[in-house]
Design a protein around this ligand. Structure first.
Ligand code: PGA
Length: 260
């Protein structure tokens, strides 16, 4: 059984004091829903402060990126060993990293390998652009993203995949539940071809892209979708808590322990 995961990607929003205030507003509501794993991914500079606030709760902390080298002359980068004391997860290969900062599947692959060997759980983001969707390339794009990003990886016990169609991110135009399920199922099949069917069925796959309180039930009610990676709506505490509560209602049979 795959435990549902609702992850907040705050992107480049919140100063440290705003981040602390947001966590204080979120904590009581999130802690009241233990059947859903909740994850906050604030900017790097707030991780230490927030890890203090989350101590003793079961709310998880994650980073939005990491570099694959352990230390050295990499000005401006953050290494895994800097994160491991504070974070459990790291978002990798987000479409904004790919389109604005030149990340490729090859870079993402290095980061995933490094994250897994450091004991940090990677959330691998994949998805097609609008042009690729319109050209009928969704299947080949997600397949290539998966094959190249996961090349040489054998331990998938810590892996989470997020299907984030680029055309849905931050646009207010989410995929429909059926559209998302169709591609997520395809992703699970690709994972089965890379690994095997049992491995693929144990990997959690999230939907991301304009997910909010009004549409989360569409996604979480699908058999292959195990949660959401939430951007804009995760900055609104009442809405994010509502999304987590709805997830608990829709996935009552996944009241299981952590899959790891
Ligand atoms: P959004 O972002 O919910 O604001 O569309 C999702 C993401 O980029 O992870």
């Amino acid at each position: 059984m795959r435990k549902p995961l609702i992850a907040a990607n705050w992107k480049m929003n919140t100063t440290p004091s705003e981040a602390v205030a947001l966590v204080q507003q979120l904590l009581p509501g999130l802690m009241a829903v233990p059947s859903v794993e909740t994850l906050l991914c604030p900017p790097f500079i707030s991780l230490v402060l927030i890890s203090e606030l989350l101590r003793g709760s079961d709310i998880e902390l994650g980073a939005q990126n990491v570099y694959f080298e352990d230390k050295g002359a990499f000005t401006g980068e953050i290494s895994l060993s800097m994160l491991t004391g504070y974070c459990k997860y790291v978002i990798l290969g987000h479409s904004e990293r790919r389109s604005l900062f030149g990340e490729t599947n090859q870079t993402v692959n290095k980061k995933i390998r490094a994250a897994i060997s450091a004991g940090l759980r990677p959330i691998l983001c994949i998805g097609e652009s609008l042009e690729e969707k319109e050209a009928g390339l969704t299947e080949s794009v997600v397949t290539t993203h998966l094959q190249q990003s996961l090349e040489g990886i054998t331990d998938t016990s810590m892996l989470v995949v997020a299907y984030e169609p680029v055309w849905a991110i931050g646009t207010g135009h989410a995929a429909t539940g059926e559209q998302a399920e169709y591609t997520v199922k395809l992703i699970r099949n690709v994972l089965a071809s890379i690994f095997d069917a049992d491995t693929a069925s144990a990997i959690r796959i999230l939907y991301g892209g304009s997910a909010n309180a009004a549409n989360i039930s569409e996604f979480i009610s699908q058999p292959n979708i195990d949660g959401a990676l939430v951007g804009g709506a995760s900055l609104k505490p009442a809405e994010f808590i509502d999304m987590v509560e709805q997830t608990a209602k829709f996935r009552p049979r996944t009241l299981m322990s952590d899959p790891l």
